[in-house]
Design a protein around this ligand. Structure first.
Ligand code: NAD
Length: 456
């Protein structure tokens, strides 16, 4: 198949490389010339484990190319995947300007297709609200009389393990109206579904549905996951009050097969490029249709609170009084982890950024470290913090260590070496990387999430 992938960000790049890996000919498109220059040299503009290797392999084989010009590949394309951003608008809704701009461009370029070409399958892979497939259809139809069909194919990949998720999908959801569209989509995904099934007979499932159901499936999936996280965070906060241990509670409820073990880890609030904006967009869809999604509204509110939990623990530990100007002046903190989660450089809505704002506004100095996200943070907040080349360097002379992202290397760090660099053995661990008993035995003061504080 010949596939256009429009938008070369986290989703578009993984999809482009992933489709090339299935034996398709792929043309990646973006409007960002600097990004494309890098890509043409086989350098990924984002950090995603395994992506560089795939890009280099298929650029070299010729299966994958990149261009600024959508018209270059439209004439003989079987499908065009729209993978551009859908950021949050001021009113919470998904901003569809990029999606609709791409639709208009596809419409204009359709004239390059032979009049008797089979219908182009235009695929909404961006996360878009119910009704967008119809709007994309209208935007294309306004420009052309050539045949096409719009299909909704939401993406469920997780940053940090996106390649594996894309190459071995647990399910592919396709919202379409005709058997022809389904057959094209099946051919595009055939190799991936087979690979996923070979790995796990429960995986590689195919769901054909109507476009609105596919569009809603994506939002409902993210909302359900966010709800689990916020629920566990609230249980964790309660654990601290009543002397329970959230790790034990988690084991106890996760063993129930109706609940399962996934997404039960408490933490310092969710961030990222998807959950926050997708929840707002779904809430907006609910309001517009006269259905206030109450559990979702509470999830958002609980998460807003949770993103302050680490700062609150720091303030409480140092006895910061409300109304005192700069109560943390003269204190320095090492902050490990800036990305919204491990294995990515993505800092969109990252909890660490809010933490930095909170602590800096109280007068604290911050020395930060992350394995991939520091360039993005530097581009966003510049010299508001100091950047350390290594985790240990960040700890040098700091009053305490704060952990915001669960990079596995942090879990393996040598506690004695850390203690040797800090002024005091004090840690605020937003990811529960260490065991309270072990910390107690080594004389640390250790604050984590949902477990009793250890006062060394
Ligand atoms: P991104 O911001 O990383 O990438 C979007 C890309 O589109 C950018 O490179 C931008 O330059 C390009 N672009 C914008 N306008 C364009 C145009 N007219 N023509 C060609 N390219 C254009 O975004 P992302 O994280 O890849 O997300 C894309 C969509 O996928 C969003 O709707 C998002 O919600 C959804 N999604 C994201 C994830 C994720 O983990 N990042 C997972 C599932 C779904």
């Amino acid at each position: 198949m010949r596939i256009l992938v429009i938008g070369s960000g986290y989703v578009g790049l993984v999809a482009a490389a992933g489709f090339a890996d299935s034996g398709h000919r792929v043309l990646g498109v973006d409007v960002d010339a600097a990004k494309l220059e890098k890509l043409k040299k086989g350098v990924s503009p984002i950090f995603e484990p395994g992506l560089d290797e795939l890009l280099q392999r298929y650029l070299a084989s010729g299966a994958l190319e990149f261009t600024l010009d959508i018209r270059q590949g439209i004439a003989d394309a079987d499908a065009a995947f729209i993978c551009v951003g859908t950021p949050q608008s001021e009113d919470g809704s998904a901003d569809l300007q990029y999606v609709l701009a791409v639709a208009a461009k596809i419409g204009q370029a359709m004239a390059l297709r032979p009049a008797d070409a089979r219908p182009l399958i235009v695929v909404d892979k961006s996360t878009v609200p119910v009704g967008t497939a119809a709007r994309v259809h209208a935007a294309i139809q306004a420009q052309t009389d050539r045949a096409f069909e719009v299909v909704s194919n939401p993406e469920f990949l997780r940053e940090g393990c996106a390649i594996d998720d894309f190459l071995f999908p647990d399910r592919v959801v396709v919202g379409c109206r005709t058997d022809f569209a389904e057959s094209v989509m099946k051919e595009i995904y055939a190799a991936k579904l087979a690979a996923a099934k070979a790995r796990n007979p429960e995986g590689g499932r195919w769901f054909r549905m109507d476009p609105p159901s596919a569009e809603l499936t994506k939002y409902a999936a993210n909302a359900m996951l966010a709800l689990r996280i916020s629920f566990m965070n609230e249980i964790a906060n309660l654990c601290e009050e009543v002397g329970a241990d959230v790790d034990q509670v988690k084991e106890g409820i996760g063993a129930d097969h109706r609940i399962g073990r996934h997404f039960l880890n408490p933490g310092p609030g969710f961030g990222g490029s998807c959950f926050p904006k997708d929840l707002q967009a779904l809430l907006k869809v609910g309001r517009e249709n006269g259905h206030a999604l109450m559990t979702l509204a509470t999830t958002v509110e609980a998460n807003r609170h949770q993103k302050q939990v680490l700062a609150l623990k720091v303030r409480t530990h140092y006895g910061c009084k409300a109304g005192t100007p700069a109560p943390l002046a003269g204190r320095r903190f090492a902050l490990w982890g800036l990305a919204f989660k491990a294995h990515t450089d993505d800092i969109r809505e990252a909890m660490a950024l809010e933490l930095i704002e909170s602590l800096a506004s109280l007068g604290a100095e911050l020395v930060v470290h992350d394995f991939e996200a520091m360039p993005n943070v530097k581009a966003k907040i510049g010299d508001r913090v100091r950047y350390a080349a290594t985790p240990l360097e960040a700890c040098e002379g700091a009053d305490a260590l704060i952990i915001a992202t669960e990079w596995p290397q942090y879990r393996e760090a040598d506690l004695q070496q850390i203690a040797g660099r800090l002024k005091a053995k004090v840690m605020f661990d937003g990811r529960n990387l260490f065991r309270p008993e072990a910390m107690k035995a080594c004389g640390w003061t250790y604050h984590s999430i949902g477990r009793m504080a250890v006062l060394g």
